[in-house]
Ligand binder design. Structure first.
Ligand SMILES: [Zn+2]
Length: 303
């Protein structure tokens, strides 16, 4: 009885929070982590934000959820008294672009890859979460979009966004702070957890493996890597993540080749050697397996 009461209470609280919308963001604190060269990583809820603060103003990478914009602006104002001039989106997902509309209504210029513009400006469906996402309002859309790379020259830095072909989605960019040995990976890299791979937005684990392999050739032991999710990372963290993705393909491909169904494969717990270390993120082990397994099956058909 008591258990039932607790259960219905938490259900009630859950529903109330849902009904009130932004309540769940009330408790969120923004943490600012200095990375060097006037660059910071901000954590709150949603994707990690990158900030360059300097004499020319503030340059932002991603902007989390819309109810957090005032807190994010307050955190940035402790770093810089200059205005926010640019925000670049690493991809279109709402935990990275939710603040766009608030920022876009001010003088902030929003920049992103062409496919981010396309997906934000039309209705989307994320299969993994059975989630319909309506087109974003005009103020939330990038004013500038690019097809391959774009470089910003400000704050004494050359900040280059480079598109990586289908990885977490079909619109991913990684942002390189040239000459500083700092990079923001967007959701191509989830540090210490299985990644969400949005196959309904053109994402694929093969692209994630390729993009992280490319990045590994461009970093060294001193590189500071701001991941899309998880704590600030280094090359060893990135290597471990890349190796995990490769191992997942190694383990699952033979099962798919034997035409074992995704349900049966999930029951077999083939990733148990990895689940303890990587299964603690928001994308649960079984969901991760299901997504990757389907990609392997589809990949086999096109080979
Ligand atoms: Zn994402």
């Amino acid at each position: 009885m008591r258990r039932l009461f607790t259960l219905s209470l938490s259900l009630f609280i859950g529903l109330t929070t849902y009904a009130l919308g932004q309540n769940k963001y009330d408790e969120v604190q923004i943490t600012t982590i200095p990375v060097g060269h006037g660059i910071y990583m901000l954590q709150g809820a949603g994707g990690n934000i990158g900030v360059s603060a300097g004499e020319d103003g503030v340059f932002m990478i991603d902007d989390q959820y819309s109810p957090l914009t005032p807190k994010i602006i307050a955190a940035i104002s402790k770093i810089s008294d200059k205005p926010i001039r640019f925000v670049i989106n690493t991809h279109w997902h709402g935990d990275h672009t939710g603040g766009n509309e608030n920022l876009g209504k001010t003088d902030v210029i929003i920049v992103a890859h062409d496919n981010v513009y396309k997906r934000l400006s039309s209705d989307q469906f994320i299969k993994a979460f059975d989630s319909h996402v309506p087109a974003a309002p005009k103020a939330a859309l990038p004013i500038i979009s690019f097809n391959d790379k774009v470089t910003f020259h400000l704050n004494g830095l050359h900040i280059q966004a480079r598109h990586f072909a289908p990885a977490h989605t079909d619109g991913d960019s990684m942002i390189f702070f040239k000459d500083t040995n700092i990079v923001h990976t967007g959701d191509i890299f989830f540090n210490h957890m299985y990644p969400f791979i949005d196959t309904s937005s053109g994402g694929t684990i093969y692209g994630m493996i390729e993009a992280t392999a490319t990045l590994l050739t461009q970093v060294d032991d001193e590189t500071k890597i701001i991941p899309g999710h998880g704590p600030l990372a280094n090359k060893a963290d990135l290597q471990a993540y890349h190796d995990m993705l490769v191992r997942v393909i190694e383990i699952l491909t033979p099962l798919a080749q034997k035409n074992i169904s995704v349900e049966k494969a999930t029951e077999m717990k083939p990733l148990k050697e990895l689940d303890d270390k990587w299964g603690g993120g928001f994308f649960k082990a079984d969901m991760f397996l299901g997504t990757v397994y389907q990609t392997i099956i589809d990949h086999g058909k096109t080979d």
